[in-house]
Design a protein around this ligand. Structure first.
Ligand code: BGC
Length: 285
């Protein structure tokens, strides 16, 4: 029952909504950012085709309404708390200051689109937008395979595109876009993303030899302490891990499909903290 106290429930102030903008589906959930667990169900809606900004923003706004309506009872949650739940969105592109800068696998109309501002206007909430691999990486470092790991870590999201997140002692260097380095004279993503397996009809061994060459290229450039493999291909890692020959330890992401959502929620939570601190520091006119 709404308003009923739950014995061990999340604190209202720890709730944030994470949204993962994928090529085929837009997924979201309310997350307890202290545990990284979903509060209520994850909801997935097919990505509009073409994935133009106006339609995607309207769909994300609808998704947030659905998530709020489906929120199970959380002790002490007031309507004001619900209205203050922030939203974080991982987009499959480089972003700076909330503006989308690239569009490798989404509609080109996203280039230059002020996503953060438009989503905040549509939703009437605090919204933070970041790169999808960066936010997934944040979730893996906080709750998943990168937990308590120091040093240089590269998280890869291998799906429709090839995303990367680079961390040094837990600190993210955003928008690395290492999926687009040159490999054998072409864009690495076109050969190494999971979608390349279908496009070129590659068996696992063949695909893995390209992926291994790509990991070697990253190894030569960054000498990381750890690679974490996430995204769709991480679910099928048993098919190709044995073909990888890099000296850097390679582990599979543990948060699987949920990393993007949980990472989005972490981004949203941090943004709200910063906005609250800034508002508190402002002199009263
Ligand atoms: C984009 C990245 C994104 C990755 C995974 C790439 O094509 O350029 O920004 O992180 O796909 O979605």
């Amino acid at each position: 029952m709404a308003g009923e106290l739950m014995a061990e429930g999340p604190r209202p102030a720890d709730l944030a909504i994470g949204i993962d903008f994928g090529g085929s589906g837009i997924k979201g959930a309310v997350v307890d950012i202290k545990t990284g667990k979903f509060v209520g169900d994850r909801i997935r809606i097919p990505t509009p085709q073409p994935s133009v900004p106006r339609d995607v923003v309207a769909l994300m706004d609808r998704l947030v309404h659905m998530l709020i309506e489906a929120l199970p009872p959380v002790g002490g949650l007031t309507p004001a708390d619900v209205a203050a739940v922030p939203v974080g969105v991982g987009v499959p592109a480089a972003t700076r200051g909330g503006v989308v800068l690239t569009a490798a696998n989404i509609d080109r109309a996203w280039i230059g689109y002020p996503a953060e501002r438009e989503l905040a206007l549509a939703m009437g909430r605090i919204v933070a937008v970041g790169n999808d691999a960066d936010v997934a990486g944040m979730a893996e470092l906080r709750f998943g395979a990168g937990r308590r790991q120091r040093g240089t870590i590269i998280v890869l999201t291998i799906g429709t595109g090839l995303g990367t997140a680079l961390f040094a002692d837990g600190k993210l260097l955003p928008n690395t876009e290492l999926g687009h380095i040159e490999l054998n004279g072409g864009d690495a993503e076109l050969r190494v993303a999971e979608s390349a397996r279908d496009r070129f009809n590659l068996g696992w061994k063949e695909w893995a030899s390209g992926f291994d060459a790509y990991l070697h290229a990253l190894e030569r450039l960054f000498w990381p302490d750890l690679f974490i493999l996430g995204g769709g291909a991480s679910k099928r890692a048993d098919n190709y891990l044995q073909y990888l020959t890099v000296t850097t330890p390679v582990v599979v992401a543990t948060m699987k499909n949920n990393a993007g959502i949980v990472g989005g929620a972490l981004l949203a939570y941090d943004r709200r903290l910063r906005e609250t601190a800034r508002a508190a520091a402002e002199p009263i006119a």
